[in-house]
Ligand binder design. Sequence first.
Ligand SMILES: Cc1cc2nc3c(=O)[nH]c(=O)nc-3n(C[C@H](O)[C@H](O)[C@H](O)COP(=O)(O)OP(=O)(O)OC[C@H]3O[C@@H](n4cnc5c(N)ncnc54)[C@H](O)[C@@H]3O)c2cc1C
Ligand code: SF4
Length: 351
Amino acid sequence: MKGENKVEPVKAYACYLKDDNKRMNSSSGAVFSALSSYIFSVNGVVYGVAMADDCRSAVFISVTDEEGLKKLRGSKYLQAKIGDTYKNVKKDLLDGKTVLFTGTGCQINGLKNFLQKDYNNLICVDVICHGVPSPELWRKYVYYQEKKNKGKLKYVNFRCKDESWTNFGMKEIIQGEKLKKKFISKDIDPYMLMFLRDYCLRPSCYECIAKKVKKSDITIADFWGIHRVATEMNDGKGTSLVLIRSEHGEQVFNLIRDKMKWKEVSYEDGVRGNPAEYSSPSRPSQRDTFFEDMANLNFNELVSKYAVPTSEAKKIELKRKIKHIIAPIIQKRGGYNIYNYGVLFIFFDFE
Ligand SMILES: Cc1cc2nc3c(=O)[nH]c(=O)nc-3n(C[C@H](O)[C@H](O)[C@H](O)COP(=O)(O)OP(=O)(O)OC[C@H]3O[C@@H](n4cnc5c(N)ncnc54)[C@H](O)[C@@H]3O)c2cc1C
Ligand code: SF4
């Protein structure tokens, strides 16, 4: 991370939605869902990012009800196609609809530049953004997983909380002869490793202007470090950081906060564990070679060069897999009988 461009908000909160079901399907505390439900209650439109039906790309779509919202919930870690979205937002605004537009800071700034004027019926919410990975890398990864698992990718959740909010992983459903459901820890999954090691981000993400110029009404993010700031706000299922950036943002937040558990915090406490709020990731020296290799190497070769998990991550993954194999066996037997023991051999290939 480099450079510090702190743009202090009006207020900062730790919060999470009281509806656990929606929260477990959201990346952090489901503030986005709370905001969207309010927009639906006034017959408004919500714009955000969904995976395309074939899971090969991320696209902006608009939704007007809770059913549609399911597609927008959760972070999709790749650059999303914007298409005609800005034009459609403008049309909805001119038609007098209340519009919630959500995206990365640069996408919000892009919309505001396109609109050229303020609209009272528009609320803009950005996510604190570490950077967006190359969509081409994502397509190669999908092809690699589909080949390896002999099927088609039907569903992906980049922020599956089955293990925990902090120790998240990718959940993938692949349809072949059999339906395969996989959980792959972020510390093992090659795509997540290339993302989190910053090899595959857009060039502009290393010099992010949106960290200095914030045009959103509200910023939402994971409240990393909440256990140190307000333990009562940390139940392990996901807590959001909310930064209020405008009067309009404050008014809307006040309308939804009864649906949430919340606590006001200082900006410094809010962002201490989240440098992506104010600084861009450093451009790794291998970033250019990475893109050349992505074009020339096969995915397995790319993995061995850039996405080998640490030995610590491998050990943790081994323990996790053993736990998941043994727990159902013990449960089925109604407990553990130490006299009826045996030897368990398990062979794994690490993702
Ligand atoms: C590429 C990316 C990088 C991020 N980096 C950080 C970070 O460094 N630190 C941090 O605290 N939080 C980061 N976040 C945000 C965080 O993961 C959560 O999205 C945020 O906390 C909102 O969570 P939620 O539970 O309220 O709602 P969720 O239901 O998880 O919210 C989903 C929201 O994210 C938007 N979204 C999803 N995918 C994309 C995409 N590809 N492009 C634009 N918008 C998208 C949706 O439109 C929706 O508004 C990042 C998100 C993305 C997409
Ligand atoms: S890091 Fe900055 S430039 Fe990159 S996607 Fe996020 S907001 Fe946009």
